[in-house]
Design a protein around this ligand. Structure first.
Ligand code: RB5
Length: 147
């Protein structure tokens, strides 16, 4: 499985730890930056890099890390092929896959520590989508069904 990962400066240290964790566990990880915690960058630029990668590699997953994970999730979710979810717990990561078929997990480096991030990422990467009624709901989001 290929995983595209990116962060801003606030997420840099956690991103590097997650890259190491996933690589050691056999995943093909493509690190799309940023490359330093010292140089402030704009999180949308890095969200968009992963969004573009998932547009051409539809079976892949993405990981986006900023200070809170909030900015990354807002930026990524503007694109129809993206279902990005901010996760702080293993339960959220599991349900994001089972119910929402999320293809990007967003993490807040100022909110959770590395061990918690590893647990969330592991759960996300190893949980399948349930389909069924959940696919109907995703179709309504995709088609912008109006009430
Ligand atoms: C950067 O200071 C911070 O705003 C960013 O990492 C993120 O938390 C935004 O949502």
């Amino acid at each position: 499985m290929t995983i595209y990962i990116a962060s801003d400066h606030a997420g840099f240290v956690l991103k590097e730890l997650v890259v190491t964790y996933l690589s050691e566990n056999g995943y093909n990880v493509i690190n799309m930056g940023t490359s330093s915690a010292a140089n402030p960058v704009d999180y949308p630029d890095f969200a968009h890099a992963v969004v573009r990668a998932l547009d051409t590699d539809r079976e892949a997953y993405g990981i986006l890390i900023c200070g809170t994970g909030i900015g990354m999730s807002i930026a990524a979710n503007r694109f129809p092929h993206i279902r990005a979810t901010l996760c702080q717990t293993e339960q959220e990561a599991m349900l994001a896959r089972q119910h929402n078929n999320a293809n990007i997990i967003c993490l807040g480096a100022r909110i959770i520590d590395a061990e918690q991030a590893f647990l969330c990422v592991k759960q996300f990467m190893t949980t399948d989508f349930d389909g069924g009624r959940h696919q109907n709901r995703l179709d309504k989001i995709k088609n912008n069904i109006q009430i």
